[in-house]
Design a protein around this ligand. Structure first.
Ligand code: NG6
Ligand code: CA
Length: 505
């Protein structure tokens, strides 16, 4: 080559290199898989946030997600209580297929088989990093858990690279944080013991030592006392490991923010499972009095602030336009869930379930019909959608979104519905409340007759135990006042046929 030819060759090489670099960087940017964050609240009702009609609680951040994303008006949890809903969300399997998917004590073993597909496992397979921060409540360990050692089975074995959780609920022992299977701040000289059968010698209880309580129990919740709050279950030791309830929200938020920052260069999945507004409601003093509704309203205001802070972090890190956020709740609302905390006496005109009937534990609609929001800045066109969607569909929908062909047993691919580009949602859905099931199909709901009390007097919620089959048209009658089972025999029989078919009975 002469010098002219050499120069040409170099220019050609440079052109190819810059060309490649440009096209590959463009490719990386547009093909970058979106981060996925599921923000999951605990016992937040259909009417608890501003975007869904609440006036008494300011929920600016959740409202922003709803108003600038998709606000679903027919979004469902699979169940009217926590454990089964979380099971359905993570696995895409109806919780009524698993006999263990019932409200679990804090000592329960893991109820998801490690061979089972889960959202984090699927996403990990698609190149994602995965984490859970917050409430777990799906059991831990393989039997009698020794809380002083690494717990052998849990979040990490189900696909979460990182996990920072509370084992069950805020009202159940052990009242400690668990990081990747190990209790945080373990002290070998003060081992943790947990029992759901009997108390440990010499340990005060809510039942016997009311003088030690800063929050009084109304029903249940009278076993071990931690931070002046009586809990479900007995616990001894682990003084240094015990959480401070009023700091829980800040603590979880901090972990969620840190995770986002540390993983911003990589597609990630974050399951941020807030503990609010489940009992005991212990908002940080900064939020006490944020509403006139007492600790329940204040805890929702606090949760809203946390969500706002997480959004701020996404913004600051430049991730908001590449992150799909799904916000929902594990079951419907309850006011008095076992503590005297003024939730019922200070409720005023607030309607936690909106116009819906029932609440947590109920087969009536408010048990499972919850806020359901998707938000993706620049990608989702804001709207309200009345299409039927369920948390059960998240696994298949996320799979479709990230190019995985994994499908769950009962979920459907609703990715287009979640992004607002489809016209059809789910055709039908089986809903569950304490092992009883109902069918939603189109605008209709079939609540088969069940024995049992009409009202749970302790929590003051109608359970949806009907002496005769119930048939309701939710579009015309969202409060389920008119039972049309007699007047619509054809619809009733059609619904019953579908119900039997879906339940496999
Ligand atoms: C109930 C508790 C209730 C709450 C619920 C679980 C009593 C009397 N009631 O058994 O306070 O903890 O379990 O709620 O103990 S959930 O949202 O996690 O399903
Ligand atoms: Ca719950």
């Amino acid at each position: 080559m002469n010098s002219k030819q050499k120069t040409f060759a170099w220019i050609a090489i440079l052109l190819i290199l810059t060309g490649c670099a440009t096209s590959s960087s463009v490719k990386t940017k547009s093909d970058k898989k979106p981060n996925i964050i599921v923000i999951y609240l605990d016992d937040l009702g259909f009417g608890d946030i501003g975007a869904y009609g609440a006036k008494a609680i300011k929920t600016t951040n959740m409202d922003m997600l709803a108003n600038e994303g998709i606000k679903f008006t027919n979004g469902y949890a699979t169940s009217a209580t926590c454990t089964p809903s979380r099971y359905g969300l993570l696995t895409g399997v109806y919780p009524w297929r698993n006999n263990d998917a019932k409200i679990l004590p804090g000592s329960a073993p893991l109820i998801i088989d490690t061979a089972q597909m889960t959202i984090p496992k699927m996403l990990k397979g698609a190149g994602y990093r995965t984490a859970i921060v917050g409430k777990w409540h799906l059991g831990l360990g393989s039997g009698e858990t020794d809380w002083n050692k690494k717990i052998d089975l849990g979040t990490n074995e189900l696909g979460f690279d990182e996990s920072y959780i509370l084992a069950a609920t805020q009202d159940r022992v052990p009242t400690v944080y668990i990081k990747n299977g190990v209790v945080e701040n373990l002290d070998p000289s003060d081992p943790i013991k947990v029992s759901y059968e009997k108390n440990f010698d010499g340990q005060p209880t809510g039942k016997d030592n009311p003088e030690l309580l800063k929050m009084k129990w109304h029903h249940g919740h009278n076993n071990s006392i931690v931070n002046g709050i009586p809990r479900i279950g007995f616990m001894k030791g682990g003084e240094k490991a015990k959480w401070i309830d009023e700091e829980m929200a800040d603590n979880f938020l901090g972990k969620a923010q840190a995770y986002v920052k540390e993983n911003k260069e990589h597609p990630f999945f974050l399951y941020y499972a807030l503990q609010q507004p489940h009992v005991p409601r212990t908002p940080n003093p900064r939020f006490v009095g944020a509403t006139n509704l007492g600790p329940r309203g204040d805890a929702i205001a606090e949760a809203d602030w946390c969500i706002g802070q997480l959004i701020e972090t996404l913004k600051t890190e430049g991730l908001l336009e590449n992150t799909l956020i799904v916000l929902s709740s594990d079951n419907g609302p309850v006011l008095n869930d076992g503590y005297f905390d003024d939730a019922d006496t200070k409720n005023g005109n607030h309607t936690p379930a909106g116009v819906l009937r029932g609440g947590k534990y109920s087969l009536y609609d408010a048990g499972t019909h919850v806020p359901f929001i998707t938000y993706w800045k620049g990608k989702i066109t804001p709207k309200t959608s009345d299409l039927l969607v369920c948390q059960l569909d998240l696994l298949n929908s996320f799979a479709a979104l990230v190019g995985s062909d994994i499908k769950s047993q009962d979920g459907e691919d609703m990715s287009k519905v979640l992004l607002g580009t489809a016209k059809k949602g789910r055709e039908n859905l089986i809903l569950e409340a304490s092992s009883r099931t109902s069918l939603r199909q189109g605008d209709w709901v079939l609540i088969p007759a069940y024995d049992g009390p009409a009202l749970n007097k302790e929590v003051n919620i109608e359970l949806g135990n009907l002496k005769e089959d119930g048939l309701f048209n939710l579009k015309n009658d969202p409060s389920q006042i008119n039972n049309l089972a007699q007047s619509e025999p054809k619809k009733l029989s059609e619904m019953k046929t579908t119900f039997v078919k879906l339940r496999g009975e």
